[in-house]
Design a protein around this ligand. Structure first.
Ligand SMILES: [Zn+2]
Ligand SMILES: [Zn+2]
Length: 365
């Protein structure tokens, strides 16, 4: 589709999956010319999100091949359209999950573009000109300025990349529950899962002055959680004694786990009127027993990434508190290996591809 779209004349080198084997190979494709509202970005780094894995393997049955994934992108602006006011050449910027939205609905007007019914994503979406969108596993990106954010000075571009999805995904629910900068009213927060999302959530929780508890199935993560990430407490969720001791102890729980689990035991950890907020996305329905909801007047809710104003706010907050992701850098020739390790949860805590570091062969440029 994209190959025949008018104005898609720019050759870009990237890496794509071509079928549900998910195997990534170098791939040259076309991007649109830089429009009046667009910026062109030389991609420096791209984080590897679990969503990328689901897409390249067509786990959700919605993948349009060839698929160039990647929605945790940082880079440098190399060109700006004539109506671009917010950016100039040389600016350090980031692009997350969103490529387009209707701009007219109540959500777009309120900069909650992520909830627009016509939202199109950075990859595996269909842009308004009919082209399929390709993500950040590529050397260059053309993006509408609305969906681009500034990376604060002082934040490293590599470790900042995963903030564009993992960071905003945990920041938005914390903001929604008034957990930002509330050192005068510290809360007891629980984070389920210490992975790509969870480890950033701990950093936010501590930066905002709260008491943070990690809830994990892996006792082996306790030392790391407490000593390096600064968590205040650690609960092994498979230990019934610990779970019982911590009953009704937390104000708020952020659930970042994407493997199936029942919510019942976790709800019991909440105080009366506590909230459990889901951002992990198991592909099967989760167990949700009614008793812990009813007897504790508790709430279960969810959210997906965040809007663009909020994403900029999150980046600025990370600049202020010096929050980045803990990353493991990979070169593009190791993408397949990294995807396999991601599938095995064998990463601390996010792979980031050094897109600009290794030039692909001249036949691909
Ligand atoms: Zn993501
Ligand atoms: Zn809209």
């Amino acid at each position: 589709m994209a190959q025949t779209t008018p104005n898609h004349t720019q050759n870009v080198s990237g890496w794509a999956a071509h079928d549900s084997s998910g195997k990534m190979t170098p791939y040259v494709f076309k991007r649109r010319e830089n429009g009046v509202n667009d910026v062109t970005i030389k991609v420096l780094y791209c984080g590897m999100c679990h969503t990328d894995l689901h897409h390249v393997r067509n786990d959700w049955g919605i993948t349009m091949y060839p698929c160039v994934p990647g929605h945790e992108i940082t880079g440098i602006i190399t060109k700006v359209g004539k109506d671009v006011t917010r950016f100039k050449e040389g600016d350090k910027v980031g692009v997350g999950c969103l490529a387009a939205s209707c701009l007219e609905c109540e959500f777009c007007k309120n900069s909650e573009e992520n909830y627009c019914d016509q939202i199109q994503f950075t990859y595996n979406g269909i842009f308004w000109d009919g082209s399929i969108t390709y993500g950040g596993y590529s050397k260059m990106l053309v993006a509408d300025q609305r969906y681009v954010v500034r990376v604060p000075e002082g934040l490293p571009m590599d470790a900042a990349a995963p903030l564009l999805c993992a960071g905003i995904t945990v920041y938005s629910p914390m903001k929604d529950s008034n957990l930002l900068e509330s050192s005068e009213n510290p809360k007891k927060i629980g984070i389920i899962g210490l992975g790509g999302l969870g480890h950033v959530a701990v950093k936010f929780g501590k930066a905002f002055g709260h008491h943070v508890t990690i809830i994990s199935t892996s006792p082996s993560k306790e030392t790391e959680a407490r000593q390096r990430l600064g968590a205040d407490d650690f609960i092994v969720s498979t230990d019934p004694k610990q779970m019982k001791e911590k009953r009704r102890s937390l104000d708020y729980i952020l659930d970042t786990v994407s493997a199936y689990h029942s919510l019942g035991p976790y709800l019991e950890l909440l105080k009366v009127q506590g909230t459990l907020h889901i951002v992990g996305a198991p592909d099967k329905p989760m167990g949700l027993p009614s008793f812990p909801l009813i007897f504790g007047k508790r709430t279960v809710k969810g959210s997906m990434t965040g809007g663009m104003i909020e994403t900029q706010e999150m980046m600025d907050m990370c600049g202020k508190h010096n929050i980045t992701c803990d990353i493991e850098m990979v070169t593009p020739d190791k993408i397949n290996e990294a995807l396999q390790r991601l599938a095995n949860n064998d990463v601390r805590y996010r792979f980031v591809i050094d897109i600009a570091g290794e030039e692909v062969g001249s036949n691909l440029s």
